[in-house]
Design a protein around this ligand. Structure first.
Ligand SMILES: Cc1cc2nc3c(=O)[nH]c(=O)nc-3n(C[C@H](O)[C@H](O)[C@H](O)COP(=O)(O)OP(=O)(O)OC[C@H]3O[C@@H](n4cnc5c(N)ncnc54)[C@H](O)[C@@H]3O)c2cc1C
Length: 549
């Protein structure tokens, strides 16, 4: 029976999520002598954005001697259009030099020259060549050494378990509750908790994020009384193929080749028609151009087409590692769509990873502040590793000083009752509702936004607020059905914060494009928008960017 069986686990530090941020935080806390448990909704290390990544990490210290943490800091603030928290950026751009060296000692291989010295490449927005890459350009280059190091450090793993709530009372976090894949209700008592659940890419129909990246951490924090920030800023990559934009096609490399053309469904060259060059158009601009083409289609709103019919053999050879698999089976034309790639918004923390709730910490893409209004390439992995390390250490310190807690039984019982009350014998299935929500968000609150489209999205999102679900046969149903429904609720709540923040920001900045307010307005908008939950309502607040008060 679903939720009938229950178990309790105790630890000093509970880390929720096993991507790069969670694994790095867990190692740091274990090295401080804490008993650490990582809980993850998928297999440890797998089904995370870190696992899907290309393992490209921005770090000064490996290339030119003139490149320093402070140059990296300046580049990052510029890329974030000055909405970043400068203290956080200073922390991660400085710490990543030591961290990338440490990763090497834990078994991460970087691409290297014939003498075995790591090589660096230059990416847009960075002043110097400073990007290290995993040897196979795969997330596993990074995740597997981290997982092994965590195991060796004595970190305990609880996988395939969905965290449904944080246990908070008397102004401190006391642990969390979880549902295992086979329906067991878990209570985890912890001295400190680190949220490392990643972003909220699955708010949108098209995304290349791992399936479980559904904004759970942001929803957990809101419900625990902790604010979110910058939720309107989501980075979209313009050209992705595969189911719902699951795989990026690097237009920067492919469209730079003679014979590669981006066409609309009427066969017109989109870039030429809009006066753009494939080598100078930015990701944001191209995503907007493509989205306009898609929205102009009256019926079948598919994508646009990367036409490689005229690509010469030599050109194909030079970009062979970036071509879609279908090319090697004779395919020449590939439908591409923009895809939600990275979330700059997230949970508010300070530069130590601390939230406003004592004992509760956040690391990685789940947190706001490091990237401001847009993120530079390679900075996500730099940030999750460096801030994961800093946050894990601080969480350990907090767990040691606050101590473990025994007062969780009543809180856990309340959560169990809440879950049971959500289940009905009949009603709409969460799968259908999730698809509808993602579609509404994609077409109205995604790449192109204006007041009307955002109000349309918000109205639909509010309409789903009180839905319950049908779990095959009440409490005898499947844990997976209940978990999908809880994910839907989290996606809905996070979507509401995205819509409200995007409506509030009446300017265009970084990845936030308002067609009705197309200019960046520094006088009015050099500030962050925070959201918090009061009872069941979402409240907005403007706060000055740290350091500008
Ligand atoms: C395809 C792709 C390629 C990328 N390539 C690069 C790159 O080369 N360089 C770069 O800098 N950035 C890259 N990025 C961005 C970068 O990979 C991510 O920002 C980063 O990996 C996020 O790490 P994280 O640990 O914060 O979250 P994730 O790695 O996404 O991990 C989140 C974890 O939380 C777990 N979780 C979520 N909710 C719950 C819950 N309720 N209960 C329990 N567990 C939960 C998940 O199962 C997962 O284990 C890429 C992103 C994508 C999608």
């Amino acid at each position: 029976m679903l939720l009938k069986k229950q178990e309790t686990i105790s630890c000093d530090v509970l880390v929720i999520g096993s991507g790069g941020a969670g694994l790095r935080a867990a190692i740091a806390a274990a090295e401080k002598g804490c008993d650490v448990l990582i809980m993850s909704k998928a297999r440890i290390g797998h089904a995370s954005n870190t696992y899907l990544s290309k393992a490209i990490i921005a770090s000064s210290g490996w290339g030119e001697f003139r490149d320093t943490g402070s140059v990296h800091l300046d580049d990052t603030l510029q890329g974030g259009r000055h909405l970043n928290n400068p203290d956080m950026v200073a922390s991660f751009t400085e710490a990543i030099r030591t961290e990338t060296a440490l990763l090497r000692t834990w078994g991460m291989d970087y691409t290297a020259d014939e003498n075995g010295n790591p090589t660096v490449i230059k990416m847009p927005g960075h002043s110097y060549a400073r990007h290290l890459s995993g040897r196979h350009f795969r997330g596993s280059d990074l995740v597997m050494p981290l997982k092994k190091k965590a195991e060796d450090s004595g970190v305990r793993f609880q996988e395939k378990t969905f965290v449904s709530s944080l246990l908070v009372s008397e102004n401190r976090v006391r642990g969390a509750t979880g549902i295992t894949g086979d329906g067991i209700f878990l209570t985890i008592k912890a001295g400190a908790v680190v949220i490392a659940t990643g972003g909220y890419g699955h708010v949108f129909l098209n995304t290349n994020n791992a399936p479980g990246i559904t904004g759970d951490g942001q929803a957990l924090a809101l419900k625990a009384g902790v604010s979110l920030q910058d939720m309107e800023f989501v980075q979209f990559y313009p050209t992705a193929y595969g189911k719902r934009g699951s795989r990026i096609l690097l237009y920067e490399r492919i469209l730079a080749q003679d014979g590669a053309v981006l066409k609309n469904s009427r066969g017109h060259d989109i870039l030429a028609a809009n006066g753009h060059s494939p080598t100078s158009i930015t990701r944001d601009e191209l995503a907007q151009v493509i989205m306009k083409e898609i929205l102009a289609e009256s019926e079948q709103r598919g994508g646009v087409y990367m036409d490689l019919t005229e690509l010469s053999d030599n050109a194909a050879q030079s970009v062979s590692m970036h071509l879609p698999a279908g090319w090697f089976k004779g395919g020449k034309v590939f439908e591409v769509v923009p895809t939600a790639h990275f979330c700059m918004g997230g949970i508010v923390t300070d530069a130590d990873g601390r939230t406003s709730c004592p004992g509760l910490f956040v690391a990685g893409e789940a947190a706001a502040g490091s990237h401001g209004a847009n993120r530079l390439a390679g900075n996500a992995l730099a940030e999750i590793i460096a801030m994961g390390s800093i946050t894990g250490r601080n969480a350990a310190g907090s767990a040691i000083s606050l101590g473990r807690t025994s007062e969780t039984d009543e809180l856990a019982d309340n959560e169990k009752q809440r879950l049971a009350a959500l289940i009905t014998q009949s009603g709409p299935q969460s799968g259908e509702m999730t698809r509808e929500l993602k579609k509404v968000m994609w077409f109205n609150a995604g790449i192109l936004r204006n007041q009307h489209s955002l109000e349309t999205a918000l109205k639909a999102v509010m309409g789903w607020k009180d839905f319950r679900t049908s779990v095959t046969s009440g409490l005898g149903g499947k844990a997976g059905d209940l978990i999908r429904f809880l994910e839907f609720r989290n996606l809905r709540l996070v979507s509401e914060t995205v819509c409200r923040s995007a409506l509030e920001r009446t300017e265009t900045r970084g990845a936030h494009f308002r067609s009705d307010y197309p200019a960046e307005e520094n006088r009015a908008w050099l500030k962050n928008i925070r959201v918090r939950q009061m009872d069941t309502d979402i409240m907005l607040e403007h706060v000055p960017v740290p350091g500008t008060e």
